[in-house]
Design a protein around this ligand. Structure first.
Ligand code: 5GP
Length: 181
């Protein structure tokens, strides 16, 4: 796809994403062979990755949705996490995989992990398309990671800038002029 000047460059193209999603789906299918899994989509950023990933996983799969927010407007985190939409089903005794768009400071997922662990699932793992390990404020490690990336603000494939650009098919680096960086 041709992007405008809001995009500095394509970081991960849709073909590479599709290949990695297939690999992650395969790995998850193998790890949970004979078990049922509930894949939990974190709204809104995880939605595109989630839609592709669930179709790459074999076996007995249920899906659910949760929304927490940590980002204020723009590209800066507010540091506060709040629950915006809870899961529809109880998770006690279930194998849960939370599917996220990106692990940045780690604040959102460590909050979410604690919150869900208190509900006593059988197991709880984190799958994130992207990981920016250099940005951590709290110690946090995902279990399934698509791509490790540098400290650049990315958009597309579900990720937004002020709620826009989520529909771009590739993961792209936002031009610094757009956010005054
Ligand atoms: P954390 O709590 O790990 O700092 O932040 C996680 C959330 O911040 C992600 O789910 C995502 O919504 C947002 N975020 C972090 N880095 C980026 C980025 O580079 N681009 C976009 N669009 N969102 C980001």
């Amino acid at each position: 796809m041709e992007y405008g000047k809001e995009i500095k460059k394509v970081l991960v193209c849709k073909e590479r994403i599709a290949e990695r999603v297939r690999e992650l789906g395969e790995q998850i299918s193998r790890d949970y062979e004979g078990e049922s899994i509930t894949l939990v989509c974190t709204l809104r950023g995880g939605c595109v990755f989630f839609a592709d990933l669930i179709r790459a996983v074999r076996g007995d799969v249920e899906i659910d949705f949760i929304a927490v927010s940590s980002y204020g407007a723009g590209t800066k985190t507010s540091g506060e996490v709040k629950m915006v939409k809870d899961l529809s089903e109880p998770i006690k005794g279930k194998n849960i995989i939370v599917v996220e768009d990106i692990i940045d400071t780690g604040v959102t997922l460590s909050y979410l992990k604690k919150l869900l662990e208190a509900r006593e699932p059988k197991s709880l793992k984190i799958c994130s398309l992207l990981d920016k390990p250099s940005r951590r404020k709290v110690e946090f490690e995902g279990d399934y990671i698509g791509f490790e990336i540098e400290n650049e603000y990315v958009v597309g494939y579900g990720l937004d800038f002020n709620q826009k650009m989520r529909h771009y098919p590739d993961v792209c680096v936002l031009a610094p002029e757009v956010y005054g960086g």
